[in-house]
Design a protein around this ligand. Structure first.
Ligand code: ADP
Ligand code: MG
Length: 288
């Protein structure tokens, strides 16, 4: 096998438990398997608490251990055997090989630093080869669709709208040219029009940069143009997976069907989310 055909992620039997006082550890992820090729884009969908974020954070050992206990038969991430790396090796890997953006840009952006300083810090740490940091930062701000980037360099996070802040976060994640970007509910805090713009931006960037993307969301309505493949998580397990059009048009698992029924459609009067009937789910769910 030639090196560039090696999987970007190869995960076998990943289990994540959380220690609890006076009780058995809670099992958040129950032995999942995942292989991802370079350049692939996958969406991980599932309701709140199904183990999506725990899985994503475990890939770069970002969960606090303890209380987390992570085990796997194999856990190879962007060429690293992450369960056996030192803290120093993990720090080098984070940001450089694998970058994250989260739901709330304000939790990741430092409120007392300008846009320029925050991006410059990322560049200094991971791309010391870059000579002209301002030119590099301006070029990334342009790529994420920020108008008047020279002016925005001097802005503090609170001077930017939520959508703008998320664009800055994306620029900060991508300026280190990671092979894998993990976007965990990147648009959940934004209103619908901005959500759509940010998803379009992610789709465009991952194509132009040839980067791999894991998009985590509870909303099946936003993944269509961004992901090639979908994994559906339910209570710590992958209950269904397949190409995005197949999952959206003919979901097999009742939980996926229920998730799809929750996607609000433009122009309809259905404003309330449908309630999922778990008792029915558990009796009919096929085990994969
Ligand atoms: P999702 O991202 O799908 O909403 P999470 O991966 O955040 O779900 O959580 C999965 C399960 O793991 C939940 O039951 C949650 O309470 C538990 N969990 C997540 N992080 C921690 C933690 N740091 N300590 C204890 N339990 C946690
Ligand atoms: Mg989450």
């Amino acid at each position: 096998m030639t090196p560039n055909l090696a999987p970007l992620l190869e995960i076998k039997n990943l289990r994540i438990r959380f220690k609890r006082y006076g009780a058995e550890p809670a099992e958040a992820v129950k032995g999942i398997n995942l292989t991802m090729m370079p350049g692939e884009s996958i969406a991980v969908v599932g309701e709140s608490g199904s183990g999506k974020s725990a899985t994503a954070l475990a890939l770069a050992r970002l969960l606090p251990e303890p209380p987390a206990l992570i085990t796997a038969d194999q856990m190879s991430v962007v060429g690293h055997d992450v369960l056996n790396l030192s803290e120093r090796q993990l720090r080098r890997m984070r940001g450089r090989d694998i970058a994250y953006i989260f739901q709330e840009p304000t939790t990741s952006l430092n409120p007392v630093l300008t846009v320029r300083t925050q991006l410059a810090e990322a560049l200094t740490l991971h791309r010391p080869d870059v000579k002209d940091q301002d030119a590099e930062i301006i070029s990334w701000l342009c790529q994420v669709g920020i108008a008047e980037p020279e002016k925005r360099l001097r802005a503090y996070p609170h001077e930017l709208s939520g959508g703008m802040q998320q664009r800055v976060m994306i620029a900060m994640a991508l300026c280190c040219r990671p092979q894998l970007l993990i976007a965990d509910e990147p648009t959940t805090a934004l209103d619908v029009t901005i959500q759509k713009q940010i998803m379009e931006l992610l789709a465009e960037l991952r194509r132009s940069l040839g980067m791999s993307l894991i998009l985590i969301t509870h909303n099946l309505g936003i993944i269509q143009n961004v992901a090639d493949r979908v994994l559906v998580m339910f209570r710590g397990e992958i209950v269904e997976q397949g190409p995005v059009h197949e999952i959206l048009t003919s979901p097999k698992h009742p939980y996926t069907q229920a998730l799809l029924a929750c996607v609000p459609r433009m122009g309809t009067k259905q404003h309330r989310l449908r309630t999922i009937d778990y008792s029915q789910l558990e009796s009919t769910a096929p085990r994969l």
